[in-house]
Write a new protein. Structure first.
Length: 206
């Protein structure tokens, strides 16, 4: 019986994890490029340097927000991959779509850092987060639907993974809606959401 190429393509979870680690590492490194040093010719004393660093504050907050974003999504993807027995072509391409969203993060971060007060910049950043969330959610739905998960998967894991993504995306949507009032409120809210997801495992189970 002839074997279809699509039946044998993209089955290695390890290779998918390796590709993901590399893209995440590059994207997280590129984020810092938006933090430019103050122009030397504009610095004539301690006071000038201090003012320049304070002016850099909004970009630093956006950098922190995006670094946390990528860290949280990396953990989310690795959690899913750790529960897979194998992959397939469809699941691999969904994760490649997810990695496309990861690779876009430095761009949306720089856009927001450069135009912090503009709603369009904030909405582009939120759309980036939404793409990551949707891809991660449907990758898990695909894995469950096609039987790619490990046989000994605990019964509560599938629901916990989907619930975490849905709640997080709902909170990000609330943050995006706050831009109607002020984009800085949106950024502050999203940062708080990120900090919560970064530290929550230390004091509660979610």
């Amino acid at each position: 019986m002839a074997t279809s190429y699509n039946q044998i393509a993209g089955r290695s979870v390890e290779r998918l994890a390796a590709l993901s680690d590399g893209i995440f590492a590059v994207a997280m490194t590129l984020l810092v490029l938006d933090l430019r040093l103050p122009a030397t010719e504009a610095i004539h004393g301690e006071h000038d340097l201090w003012r320049a660093l304070v002016a850099l504050g909004p970009r630093l907050v956006v950098y922190l927000m995006s670094f946390l974003t990528l860290g949280i999504f990396w953990v989310g993807q690795q959690t899913q991959l750790s529960h897979l027995a194998r992959s397939d072509r469809s699941l691999t391409w969904i994760h490649i779509l997810f990695l496309f969203g990861v690779s876009l993060t430095p761009f949306s971060t720089m856009l927001l850092g450069e135009h912090t007060g503009f709603r369009i910049a904030l909405l582009v950043y939120w759309a980036n987060i939404l793409l990551l969330g949707l891809a991660l959610y449907f990758s898990w739905v695909c894995a469950m639907g096609t039987g790619l998960v490990k046989d000994d998967l605990p019964s509560g894991v599938p629901t916990a993974i989907k619930r975490r993504i849905v709640i997080a995306q709902a909170l990000y949507a609330v943050g995006a809606l706050l831009c109607v009032v002020n984009t800085y409120w949106s950024i502050a809210f999203i940062v708080l959401v990120q900090i919560n997801y970064a530290v929550a495992p230390r004091w509660r189970r979610t």
